[in-house]
Design a protein around this ligand. Structure first.
Ligand SMILES: NC(=O)c1ccc[n+]([C@@H]2O[C@H](COP(=O)([O-])OP(=O)(O)OC[C@H]3O[C@@H](n4cnc5c(N)ncnc54)[C@H](OP(=O)(O)O)[C@@H]3O)[C@@H](O)[C@H]2O)c1
Length: 330
């Protein structure tokens, strides 16, 4: 068995619980140190997870023992933290989105390329067994030509948001539901259907007390001709579905109910059984494999930037009231 990759974990908030559970499950990774700005939090975390607490991020990236950093921090810090890590020859796993702006996303890619370090972006949704099965069915032509796609990812996280949290602030988290939730389906849809050519979007603050958007609805025209819509809000009970409609069959994926196919001429949907995948474990173990075997991650900087460009196009479209070509963004 090869030596596990020693990682430093940055950001010890809500999503870190899933990340650390996967790291501790894996034999390919070893949690060596942790950092967040609040001393008490990082000391407690270090004790609970038997790793070293460091006093600054700089201390972590200068540590010769650390081979990679896991950045589970607010989106608006991703670019600066990645660039600093790459400058110290640390490999980077950064959770989605790659950055808050296209300019910063490009800086991230450049820094990792110039310093020859691995950059993996945490778009884990595409790794769900149902999405993999959808990809395989589309690729095998089981749907025929895919005409339209419909997707929604929403939940009520916004109801408990306070002004102390970064998601509250539009500058720190623009287009909140689309940037945080909808972006998972953007990556899924590009994975399933290819690149997006044009985007049109409405964004509203319909219920929020926060000065940020709570609801978005985005239309996408794919280069292959398929047209799709993606809804996301940060208020309603959880919704997660992804449906494709083709000339030969439709696919319906709903997180609660699973994946179904309705073949042409059939009135009933048939369930497609899949074996569940730990998507976080898979993406983190892939990061370790890339470091040890000098491979490229499935979702590297370019794919991370592609999803961010669609969010950025949606933001611009919602402001101008006009469709936006992706070419204008990148
Ligand atoms: N893949 C997924 O399904 C998924 C799901 C949820 C979230 N995420 C992503 O994960 C990231 C974190 O989200 P979250 O929900 O965990 O956020 P969160 O609960 O607000 O936690 C953020 C953490 O980062 C720390 N932090 C803030 N600024 C920092 C800085 N400058 N340097 C170091 N640490 C800093 C905070 O602690 P201190 O205040 O002590 O510094 C806190 O522990 C986001 O990019 C989000 O998009 C991904």
């Amino acid at each position: 068995m090869r030596k596990p990759v020693k990682v430093g974990l940055v950001g010890l908030g809500g999503w870190t619980r899933s990340i650390v559970e996967a790291v501790e499950k894996s034999k390919k990774l070893e949690l060596a140190s942790c950092f967040s700005r609040t001393e008490e939090k990082r000391e407690r975390f270090a004790q609970e997870h038997e790793c070293r607490s460091v006093r600054s991020y700089e201390e972590m990236v200068k540590d010769k023992d650390i081979e990679g950093v896991l950045l589970i921090t607010p989106n608006y810090t991703h670019a600066e933290q990645t660039v600093l890590a790459a400058g110290h020859s640390k490999n980077v796993f950064v959770d989605k989105p790659i950055a808050n702006t296209i300019e910063n996303g490009k800086k991230v890619i450049r820094a990792c390329r110039e310093n020859k370090v691995i950059l993996s972006v945490g778009h884990n949704s595409r790794r769900m067994a149902e999405v993999r099965e959808m990809k395989s069915l589309v690729a095998r032509g089981a749907l025929g030509k895919v005409l339209s796609a419909e997707a929604n990812y929403s939940h009520s996280g916004g109801l408990s948001l306070t002004s102390q949290q970064w998601r509250w602030d539009e500058n720190k988290c623009p287009a909140l539901p689309l940037m945080q939730l909808g972006i998972h389906h953007i990556d899924n849809l590009v994975y399933l259907l290819g690149s997006v050519r044009r985007v049109f979007s409405f964004m509203g603050r319909i219920y929020f007390s926060a000065p940020n958007k709570d609801t978005t609805m985005t239309l996408m025209e794919f280069s292959g001709g398929t047209i799709g819509y993606l809804g996301s809000n940060y208020i309603s009970p959880q919704v997660y579905y992804l449906n494709l409609h083709g000339t030969k069959a439709n696919l319906f994926f709903n997180l609660r109910e699973g994946l179904y196919i309705q073949k042409s001429g059939a009135t009933r949907r048939e369930k497609i059984e899949v074996r569940e995948v730990d998507t976080v474990l898979e993406e983190l173990e892939e990061f370790a494999d890339c470091i040890r075997e000098n491979k490229k991650p499935e979702v590297g900087g370019e794919k991370g930037l592609e999803s961010l460009a669609i969010v950025e196009a949606a933001i611009r479209s919602s402001k101008s009231g006009k469709p936006v070509d992706i070419e204008e963004i990148t």
